[in-house]
Structures are given as C-alpha cells and as structure tokens.
Design a protein around this ligand. Structure first.
Ligand code: LMR
Length: 334
C-alpha cells in the first residue's frame, strides 16, 4: 500500500515535470520586428509569413510581428538580431552600411534601376545571391529580397529643378550613397531613424525627405509636406534577415517548412508592392494635403545628370566590381 502510493507520487511527479518541458521544446518563437506600418508591402508580407508559418508547422512555430518600431528602431533592430533578441527582420537595403556591408548601398545609387524589371535582374539573379551570401560573415542569413518601390521626394516647397534642393535639410536613411545623392543636388542630408521622421518634418527639424509612396502615406508624412515630387529617382527595398545560429539550430523539418513559407511570402511581397505604391500615391493625391509634382523627361534627366556624382563618388566604397555587375544587368551608364 505504502509502496503503491510512493509509485503513484513518483509517476505524477515525473509527468508534471516532463509535460511543461515537452511543451517548451515544441514551441519555437520567431519575433519579427520592423519599422513600417502593417498596411505597407513589408507589413503585409510579414503577416503573410506568420500565417503560413503557424499553419504549416501546426503551431510548433509562433511568429510575433512587431510593426512600426514598436520593439526596436532602425539601428537597434540590427543589434537585437545579432544578439538574438529578435529572430527575423527585413531592414531596408540602405541600412546595411553600418554593419560593414557597404556593397548593399549599390541599391541606393540614384537612377540605377529604371523599373522593377531592371531591379529583379539583380535581386533575382546571381548578383543578388552573391550579396546575400556576404551576410553570413556577420552572423546573419539573408532569406530573400522584398520589394517596396521607387522613391518620391517631398518638401514644403516645390522641388522640380535641381536648384530647388539648395540648402534644404533632407532626412535620409543611414547610407553614404544617399548622403552623396542629396549633396550632389545641394541639399543637406540628415540621417534619422524612420520612427522620428514624421515629427521631424512636422516641427521643421528637417525640410523634406524621400521614400516610396507607401511609406509616405502610411506615416502621414504627406500631411506635413506641401509638395510631393514623383521623381522615381531611386529604389527602396529589403532583405529578410535571420540570425544564422538560430536558423541553423532549427530542426531540419521546421527549417525546410519555414523556407517554403518565406519563398511564398517573398512572392507575395513582390506581387503587391507596385500596386500598393500606386494606390498610396493616389491616396496622397486624393487627400488634397500635398500637391503632386510630375517631372518632365527633361527635368528628370537633369536630376539624373546631377545625381550621377553619387555613383562616381561611391564606386570604390561600394566596390567597383559589384557596381559594374549591376550596370551590366541594368544598362546604367555613369
Ligand atoms: C526608411 O527608414 O525610410 C525606410 O527604410 C523604412 C522602411 O523600412 O521601409
């Protein structure tokens, strides 16, 4: 009798200690942090990845998406990924320089891509693969490129001619190429986290900025900028990053499933980006808050000529080989 009770106690104890451990071992948490709104192409693709990942792993993987810099701002999110405080990010390609990966700033070169077809020759071709490989030296893995779109320029005064930039304080991302781009037209660039841009525009800390319409609209920047120039002078897009140690430490079946989900989320992101930006631009127009300026081909050509300086000044910084490989794909002539 006494032995019976002892055995029962032992069984209950073993079960009680084992079940929570089994449950813990089963669930894998992926925190996916980003800085833009949920309705942007990146925000929607992150949610799509979450849905696929949770469904296809039958709950073994849980994805928590934190939009709008809720968890980390630009610079902090990179550090958090390297330290393992988050597992997945999709930073703009303009933010890889501070990691020591200056090659990614090739994507910021003004006018280097005429359109998405040009861009995809790079992101979906050998140069894109080669660039993602470089992330491994920083303890990261690049799972794919997600599109946003081509940038507009906004300010409280109309920007049509190169001379209109003179003396304007323009917020940029942390890219030396964007710094050169703004200086090439006489503006004064100021690096600032995305989460701070709206307020900086509102209070006049900076005069203007550049971003694709989806970001401008969802952050309500058009409400504090009187003019938006549709210049398509440069591209903004993302690489989805994971911490290498985390990713390689996943059970093989889970990693394979997640890779499949990421492939579909990437196709999804890249299928909605163009239309989302067109809709955002139309919404900015409809809001009546900013006047939309469309450049004539001659005006655009003058921007291109002036901004070519950013190519010349950054060629060796980025790496002439990479830049020339991209020129070969897109046909850009410096
Ligand atoms: C910006 O800082 O302007 C963009 O990189 C934000 C983003 O992630 O699209």
């Amino acid at each position: 009798m006494k032995l019976d009770r002892c055995l029962k106690f032992l069984v209950i104890t073993v079960v009680a200690l084992t079940i929570p451990h089994m449950a813990q071992a089963e669930e894998i948490l992926i925190k996916f942090s980003h800085v833009v709104a949920q309705q942007t192409p990146k925000g929607q693709a992150a949610e799509y990845f979450k849905k696929l990942a949770e469904e296809r792993t039958a709950g073994r993987v849980k994805v928590e998406v934190y939009p709008n810099s809720q968890l980390f701002k630009d610079k902090e999110e990179m550090e958090a990924l390297q330290m393992g405080s988050v597992q997945m990010l999709a930073p703009s390609l303009a933010k890889f320089g501070p990691l020591g990966l200056k090659e990614f700033e090739a994507f910021d070169l003004p006018f280097i891509f005429d359109d998405f077809d040009d861009l995809h020759k790079v992101t979906q071709g050998p140069v894109g693969v080669k660039l993602l490989k470089k992330l491994e030296t920083k303890g990261l893995i690049g799972l794919g490129y997600w599109d946003n779109g081509f940038k507009v320029m906004s300010a409280n005064k109309p920007i049509r001619n190169v001379e209109d930039f003179k003396g304007l304080k323009m917020r940029i991302q942390s890219s030396k190429v964007l710094d050169s781009e703004m200086r090439s037209v006489g503006a004064i660039p100021q690096v600032m986290a995305f989460s701070e841009v709206y307020q900086a525009l509102q209070t006049g800390v900076v005069d203007g900025t550049e971003n694709p319409p989806s970001n401008l609209y969802t952050q309500k920047m058009h409400e504090v900028q009187k003019y938006v120039t549709v210049s398509r002078h440069g591209y903004l897009g993302y690489a989805v990053l994971v911490n290498k140690k985390f990713w390689q430490g996943l059970p093989d079946d889970i990693r394979t499933t997640l890779e499949g989900c990421m492939k579909e989320a990437t196709d999804f992101a890249n299928s909605i980006a163009k239309e989302d930006n067109a809709k955002a631009l139309a919404a900015v127009k409809d809001s009546g808050r900013s006047e939309i300026i469309t450049l004539t081909p001659e005006e655009r050509a003058a921007w291109r000529k002036a901004m070519n300086k950013a190519h010349l000044d950054n060629m060796s910084r980025i790496g002439a080989d990479i830049v020339k490989e991209i020129y070969a794909e897109t046909g850009y002539k410096p």
